[in-house]
Design a protein around this ligand. Structure first.
Ligand SMILES: NC(=O)c1ccc[n+]([C@@H]2O[C@H](COP(=O)([O-])OP(=O)(O)OC[C@H]3O[C@@H](n4cnc5c(N)ncnc54)[C@H](O)[C@@H]3O)[C@@H](O)[C@H]2O)c1
Ligand SMILES: N[C@H](CO)Cc1c[nH]c[nH+]1
Ligand SMILES: [Zn+2]
Length: 426
């Protein structure tokens, strides 16, 4: 891996805007095609981009039943266990509605309402992602969303991966479409003859999915930019090189555009990790993808001390941050930007991908500077609640009308004043 020396003047380049013009043009064309041609566009784009000729893209109950035959019982058991652990974590995130009565009798509050209909994207081009079914659907269900429509690209057999279908069934999802990429995002946002439009689209995906979600934002809400995975490991000389290399490769194997970064103040660790990455790459089934990721985006930042390492990590704002230094908990307070923080030598990133409880749908490409992991809050919206008595309105009328007239909005002032007189006049 490339080793780059970091000094006081060094700054990490922001990646979210960089060099995506070509993909954006492709995505804009796909969205236009789906808006204009509906289902017909979904069939032809699936043929063109996924190499599958489908007769219909809605999954039937018989396909779900058949999927159970393809999974070992211990795998189904692991899916169920993961669902429980992830549900338990998300149940702690629920926001409650509240009302408060002020001393002047005014009642104020906030009403929390689940979204009516959401679309969840489950990726599926280079790997199958049953875990992303859980990570999308569980918070939606905990929030109380009315309808969940799921999309995921078909395999070359014309089916969805058995693990994806079984997981969706374990969660009770009935509306599943075998479409992926930007065309699936466009279908959820604008609707087609078969697919009713949704209010919000959540879930991770590759660059085409991430750009499509960004493009339809405003027509629907989206959760965040959850694009190609990235990991940054912050380590010192106490870290075991083979473990660090394994964790870097765990994210590099997702996508040629995934990013794996080591930040360390130890030259010997930097060199040993670089060697280990090369060694471990050679036996990976997805060596080609992981190698492209490591060669194109992979980097080891060699700093002068721990403080500089932490400054570099905050500039990267990684999706996943592993902290493998002496006393990792002591560093937690200094981390300002990271989607998920994994502390200590045994908290390897995959525990969060599959099982621990927190969501694995996380902000990528430095957007952890302003975005959070997917939570139950992503599946609700909030309304403000206000209730005044006549006495309260009289008490505040002068201030309200003064502010209305300051803005030159006379009708606002009169809407208050018309209520101040004797009720029998009205
Ligand atoms: N950030 C997160 O929370 C998170 C979580 C899980 C996975 N991921 C990421 O999700 C991604 C999964 O990617 P994937 O490719 O395996 O599956 P995907 O479902 O995201 O993308 C596959 C689709 O991309 C479209 N596509 C592929 N090449 C195209 C092209 N040249 N032009 C137009 N469209 C094209 C196709 O329609 C295909 O169906 C990876 O980048 C992974 O790192 C991120
Ligand atoms: N690491 C991914 C998020 O970037 C999530 C995932 C799912 N399966 C394996 N990994
Ligand atoms: Zn992963």
């Amino acid at each position: 891996m490339r080793i780059v020396k970091v000094d006081e003047a060094f700054t990490v380049k922001r990646t979210v805007e960089a060099g995506k013009e070509k993909e954006q043009q492709i995505v804009d064309g796909i969205i236009k095609q789906v808006r204009e041609q509906g289902d017909e566009a979904l069939f032809s784009l699936t043929r063109e981009l996924d190499g599958v000729d489908l007769n219909q893209f809605k999954v039937e109950q018989s396909e779900i039943k058949a999927a159970y035959n393809d999974l070992e019982p211990n795998v189904v058991e692991a899916i169920r266990e993961a669902i429980e652990r992830i549900r338990d974590f998300h149940q702690r995130q629920v926001s409650q509605s509240w009302l408060t009565t002020k001393p002047d009798g005014v009642i104020l509050g906030q009403k929390v309402t689940p979204l009516d209909r959401v679309g969840v994207y489950v990726p599926g081009g280079k790997a199958a992602y049953p875990s992303s079914v859980i990570m999308n659907v569980v918070p939606a269900q905990v929030a109380g969303v009315g309808e969940v429509a799921m999309v995921s690209p078909a395999l070359s057999t014309g089916q969805l991966p058995a693990g994806v279908l079984v997981t969706a069934n374990e969660l009770g999802i009935k509306e599943i479409y075998k479409i992926g990429g930007a065309q699936a995002v466009a279908a959820l946002a604008y609707g087609t003859e078969t697919i009713a439009p949704v209010d919000k689209i959540t879930g991770p995906g590759n660059i085409y999915v991430a750009l499509a979600k960004r493009a339809v934002y405003g027509v629907v809400d989206i959760d965040m930019i959850a694009g190609p995975s990235d990991i940054t490991v912050l380590a010192d000389e106490t870290a075991i090189p083979a473990h660090v290399a394994a964790d870097l490769l765990s994210q590099a194997e997702h996508d040629e555009l995934a990013t794996a970064v080591l930040v360390t103040d130890s030259k010997s660790l930097a060199e040993a990790v670089s060697e280990q990455v090369e060694y471990q790459l050679q036996s990976l089934p997805k060596e080609d993808i992981a190698r492209a990721s490591i060669e194109n985006q992979g980097v080891i930042y060699l700093t002068e001390n721990l403080e500089q390492s932490i400054r570099t990590v905050n500039q990267i704002a990684p999706e996943h941050l592993e902290i493998i230094v002496q006393n990792p908990m002591d560093q937690l307070g200094k981390i300002r930007h990271a989607g998920a923080i994994f502390l200590g030598p045994y908290t390897t990133e995959p525990v969060g991908d599959y099982f621990a409880g927190p969501n694995h749908v996380l902000p990528t490409e430095g957007t952890a500077r302003f975005s959070s992991p997917l939570t139950v809050d992503d599946f609700v919206k909030k309304s403000s609640v206000l209730s005044y008595s006549k006495e309260a309105l009289i008490a505040q009328a002068n201030s309200i009308t003064a502010l209305a007239r300051l803005e030159g909005l006379e009708a606002h002032a009169r809407a208050v004043e018309i209520r101040l007189g004797d009720d029998s006049d009205e």
